[in-house]
Design a binder for this molecule. Structure first.
Ligand SMILES: Cc1cc2nc3c(=O)[nH]c(=O)nc-3n(C[C@H](O)[C@H](O)[C@H](O)COP(=O)(O)OP(=O)(O)OC[C@H]3O[C@@H](n4cnc5c(N)ncnc54)[C@H](O)[C@@H]3O)c2cc1C
Length: 408
């Protein structure tokens, strides 16, 4: 695809990863990101199963491993902090509920950005405002710069994708809400965790803390069950107030963790929702990552499927040569069955993360205790691990081109 002009919208995880592979196959890539700079916020994300092969193919295993956080395991605790049931990273081949590669989202985004900044043009502080398709290309209008034509446009712009809303009908893009809201923020390590995660639940709400940054801080997370409600993503003050009121009166370390919300520079809040589209492209405009098939943080696979999706999309485009429409179709044809399985898994996980009843909390404790007693500790999670690894990764190295003086 030497010289194919591609516009990628969004410089989160999927966008820079896609730019990485497209550049290796010789495409001429521009990435437009609405934020004024790379968004380095967010908390821990997992790289599991097939995604580990993708980062190995990219030659990025070393920097990613070096930057991962040391998480050895997780315990469910009672209001006094007593550990009731625990599970470790060992025993699931590094792909269990506590994965071997957990990394701060912003650090992962920086690694892919760093690996592509010399081979792709990054434009920050702008976004696509209009898309017109022609048989031989796509005319794009931007909010702040003159319009331009591309051979292909890819929306890698997340759960609330702007590209998706420009090319799909509103009734096709309705999110599937999973009745759970989730927030993250960095806080002091008041629970005194050492490379460990603790989770405390009361009916309908869960608060947790995971040691990060050499145990000098924790990633606090809070989830609660609720029917969908309307909120403004940009109004962080209002969203913090929602978390405060929903977490009010909780036991364990709730008071001290929630008190630090005000100072948290990296507060993140969103609904746990899934994107389920009838197709992932319209003509020469495609989608990848959360924009195409968000499985929600409840799936534990959002970042992994974004990385695999970017790899397969670029590879199938390269295989199709200049025929971008055929490449987009082949990408969806290959990947969709696996993504559908992962989305199905994510739909059932709200009950595990945030049980609605005391009985549900007790059931979870017993299930986790049983895991520890079973041989190899992995029987109950065998299907999940199989699923994470259940996509045979195609090889696309034959389509790589060498560019003089540049190595992605
Ligand atoms: C700031 C932030 C924090 C997050 N924190 C967590 C977390 O703690 N835990 C977790 O599990 N998941 C988190 N996520 C989601 C997680 O990154 C994704 O589920 C997953 O990694 C897939 O990545 P993605 O690249 O498809 O989407 P994202 O990582 O969401 O990236 C999308 C990018 O597109 C940009 N964008 C949005 N709209 C436009 C537009 N109209 N034009 C141009 N650019 C646009 C966004 O600014 C963002 O940089 C976070 C996402 C963001 C943006």
């Amino acid at each position: 695809m030497l010289g194919t002009k591609v516009l990628v919208s969004g410089a989160g995880i999927a966008g820079p990863a896609l730019a990485y592979w497209l550049a290796r196959y010789g495409a001429d890539v521009t990435v437009v990101e609405s934020a004024p700079a790379l968004r380095t916020g967010g908390q821990l994300v997992d790289i599991r199963g097939v995604a580990r092969q993708v980062i190995a193919e990219a030659g990025l295993t070393e920097p990613i491993r070096a930057a991962r956080t040391g998480a050895d395991g997780l315990s469910f605790v009672d209001s006094a902090g007593r550990r009731l049931a625990s599970m470790g990273v060992a025993g699931f081949g590094g792909d269990g509920p506590v994965t071997e590669i957990e990394i701060l989202r912003g650090v992962l985004s920086e690694i892919f950005h760093e690996a592509t900044r010399d081979v792709a043009d990054y434009v920050f502080g702008d976004h696509i405002s209009g898309i017109r398709q022609r048989p031989d290309g796509v005319c794009v209008d931007f909010a702040h710069r003159p319009g331009q034509s591309f051979d292909l446009v890819v929306g890698a712009d997340g759960l609330h994708s702007g590209v998706r809303s420009l090319v799909f009908a509103p009734e096709q893009t309705r999110l599937r809400h999973l009745d759970t809201y989730l927030s993250f923020w960095t806080a002091d390590n008041t629970p005194g965790l050492r490379d460990w995660t603790e989770v405390y639940s009361e009916p309908g709400r869960t608060l947790g803390a995971r040691a990060i940054r050499d145990n000098s801080a924790v990633m606090a997370f809070f989830s609660f069950r609720s029917a969908p409600f309307v909120f403004d993503h940009r109004d962080l003050g209002a969203l913090k107030a929602v978390v405060r009121s929903r977490a009010a009166g909780m036991g364990w370390h709730a008071e001290r963790l929630v008190a630090q919300l005000d100072d948290a520079p990296d507060f993140y809040f969103d609904s746990c929702s899934q994107v389920q589209l009838p197709h992932w492209s319209v003509g020469r405009v495609g989608l990848v990552g959360d924009a195409a098939f968000c499985a929600s943080p409840l799936s534990g696979h959002g970042t992994s499927i974004a990385l695999v999706g970017a790899y397969v999309l670029a590879g199938e485009l390269a295989r199709a040569g200049g025929d971008v429409v055929a490449g987009l179709r082949a990408y969806e044809h290959r990947l969709r069955p696996w993504i559908t399985r992962i989305q199905g898994f994510g739909q059932g996980n709200g009950a595990m993360m945030t049980p609605r009843t005391a009985l549900g909390i007790e059931f979870r404790r017993r299930a986790v205790q049983a895991m520890g007693l079973l041989p190899g500790g992995s029987l109950l999670l065998r299907d999940q691990v199989r699923m994470s690894n259940g996509f045979p990764l195609p090889g696309y190295s034959a389509f790589e081109v060498a560019r003089s003086g540049e190595r992605p």
